[in-house]
Design a protein. Sequence first.
Length: 134
Amino acid sequence: MELTGACGCGTVNYKITGPLKAVVNCHCNMCRKNNGASFSTYCVVAQSDLNIAKGRENIATYEASGGVQKRGCSKCGSPLYQSHHHYPDMFMIHHGSLSESSTVSPSFNVFCENKLPWVDKLFEIKNFSQAAAR
């Protein structure tokens, strides 16, 4: 299965040409801080299986905390993928950057000891199909 993805403005496009090693929700404190989210969902791939199809020159790279190197679009700021020094041959693709993210589901959660207590109750709160009414 070949997956594709892009940044929010379409400047950077990529293809994943090999199998996904895992699809994971990470609840660690480092991911929360580095990504500004309550948890992060990643598709783990071999670095050799990520092909930047368009916009390589527009990928900004910076060092985040904990040995994480983040990469995203320099024009719109969308996060695309990151690497971690503990997994030198892997990239963690941000699930939200996939073109067809609804076809790829997480198979497990990690760092559950840090999971926010309300995460398991997300669908017990009021839900709207689009923006909430004013």
